[in-house]
Design a protein around this ligand. Structure first.
Ligand code: TXA
Ligand code: MG
Length: 353
């Protein structure tokens, strides 16, 4: 199959493909999603096959209006309603209790009694949902385990030949996946299962205290969101985090690696790259144009990992900048930690490469 690159005025083609059970990657404000009719079990299975995704990892159902939830969910609590009123369309996914266990194909829910829903902040994708008359599953449109795609070209790198088409609407504005919050329990407080750019503080301003899934605080805990337990966001090249603003540490690290003849990639904010590496013999990718900006870093992280990972000859290591774990920094660090397998720069890490 020759995957088609569709533009915004190719909507009819995309709508027909969805109705015929084909896979269409669509843009959202967070990352590109791999769309298919959520009620067509074969189409949903094809999504898992294209991504190489474990079948117990449930999918988010994308809707274009709140009324599209009604056939599927048991109830919408006052808290859930408030979150939707405030943050939809936008990068927040809500987990609801299903009306009954057959509301959605098992392939979508992984057999759970709950399902995830989100209304993306991209008009073209809401139009695709409306015009096709189908709610759409939409996992990130990458091969399972790889960094999520934030540009149509990333989708093609992973899925060319495996899907009908990708709607190209340029780079994604946010760059990390939606915040996932479980509002399915009647008695317990809502729980954040995956951090995103909608922060705990923003959510608490709307509905009062919420919990954070234990695994986000203690790595020994099993995540409640099945997808959070898998290896994720990993380029083939090893990634090591550098947790300092000290220019000396950055330079020492590069020097040590160079002595071992290692090919190095640097992923850091623009001012640091310009100052330390403009003339050095290392590959670089700027997370922001000049000063440190966590929104820019979150937006560019996956693109940077993919860019450095694809350089030829291959790099031996990517050194990536750490951000404080507050606000959007929580989402950035959650993704970077996984990409790096938790590895932080130390002499031992370098020797182990
Ligand atoms: O921003 C996003 O959310 C993107 C765009 C394309 O919308 N989508 C996305 O989907 O990130 P995906 O499949 O890559 O991640 C969905 C996450 C997984 O960690 C999955 O385990 C979790 O949501 N999830 C889905 N249904 C769930 C449920 N019923 N209970 C707990 N976690 C669930
Ligand atoms: Mg994903």
């Amino acid at each position: 199959m020759q995957t088609k690159i569709l533009k915004l005025n190719d909507m009819n083609d995309a709508v027909k493909a969805i109705q015929a059970g084909q896979l269409i990657a669509f843009p959202t404000e967070t990352v590109y999603g791999l769309g298919a009719d959520a009620l067509n079990e074969d189409a949903v299975k094809a999504v898992y096959a294209a991504k190489g995704r474990p079948s117990d990892n449930p999918l988010i159902v994308h809707v274009s209006s709140e009324s599209e939830l009604i056939p599927f969910v048991k109830e919408i609590s006052a808290d859930a309603q408030k979150l939707m009123d405030t943050f939809w369309p936008g990068p927040l996914t809500l987990i609801f209790k299903l009306k009954d266990e057959n509301s959605l194909p098992k392939a979508v829910t992984g057999g759970l009694e709950t399902a995830a829903f989100r209304m993306p902040d991209k008009e073209v994708t809401r139009d695709l949902i409306k015009q096709s008359g189908r709610v759409l599953v939409g996992p990130s449109a990458n091969s399972s385990g790889k960094p999520s795609p934030t540009q149509a070209s990333h989708v093609l790198d992973d899925l060319f030949g495996k899907i009908y088409g990708v709607i190209d609407d340029g780079p994604c504005r946010v760059g990390v996946e939606s915040t996932v919050i479980d509002v399915s329990a009647v008695t317990a407080l809502p729980t954040i299962l995956r951090p995103g750019v909608i922060t705990k503080e923003q959510i608490e301003t709307e509905i009062g205290p919420v919990l954070i899934d234990k695994h986000l605080i203690d790595q020994q805990e099993v995540p409640k969101s099945p997808g959070m337990k898998y290896k994720h966001y990993s380029p083939d090249t090893p990634v090591i985090m550098i947790d300092t603003l000290s220019e000396k540490v950055w330079l020492d690290c590069v020097e040590k690696l160079s002595q071992h003849n290692k090919a190095i990639g640097i992923l850091a904010h623009g001012d640091l790259v310009n100052k330390l590496y403009s003339s050095a013999d290392v590959a670089t990718f700027k997370l922001s144009v000049d000063e440190k900006s966590v929104s820019e870093a979150a937006k560019n992280l996956f693109a940077g990992l993919r860019y450095l990972d694809r350089l030829k000859p291959n790099l031996d290591v990517i050194l990536a900048e750490v951000y404080p774990e507050v606000d959007e920094g929580t989402a950035y660090m959650n993704r970077l930690n996984k990409a790096a397998g938790g590895k932080v720069y130390s002499t031992k890490e370098i020797e182990n490469l």
